[in-house]
Design a protein around this ligand. Sequence first.
Ligand code: 5RP
Length: 225
Amino acid sequence: MLSQQELKQQAADAALEIVEQVAGPDVIIGVGTGSTADLFIDGLARFKGRVRGAVASSERSAKRLQAHGLAVFDLNDVDHMPIYVDGADEIDGRLHMIKGGGGAQTREKIVASVADRFICIVDESKLVERLGAFPLPVEVIPMAVAAVSRTLARLGGRPAVRQGFTTDNGNVILDVSGLTIADAPALELEINNIPGVVTCGLFSRPGADLALLATQQGIRRLARP
Ligand code: 5RP
């Protein structure tokens, strides 16, 4: 029986096989944030000299990439990435995701938007029938926390300020439990339109292009329907 950590490693290794296919001297890889993304970063170290570098979705990932001697580029200097690789807190069969357990969803969504393909690396515990058991992280401008919380409560959510945490952008995370996520693209749009919300952790417009799901039986590949 493989541990969750071993499954995460398998998922990261499967994404590194895709890096093998796209690698080249001008290639820049989009890199996510979290414990699974960390394993991917550690494996990416062996591509030093075979890829140009990476764009990171957080300060934490940037530091880890640099510690391996990989070049980290500002997204403003990059106009193309073949792949963006990141974990998720939940993913469903349509490859819609909840992300932001690490509070990095804003930069994650921005970097992913520039890449040709979003490759999601998860262990099987992250696959769900319906999104929403994991509280939805919402990044909010500090002065708007109370106002946004009231609006989220009207949507049926129970927002809680993530204590002792500030995002890389200087903002607050509200973790919202109790939401019914029947239509993820509609809810993503609705929450992102609340004044004061920077980015909610729903990734469904679009979701991932490919999920590499590590199971006890090996890697399951789920492509976007
Ligand atoms: C960070 C994220 C992560 O991808 C998500 O929290 C999953 O993390 P882990 O790989 O540690 O389970 O969205 O903002």
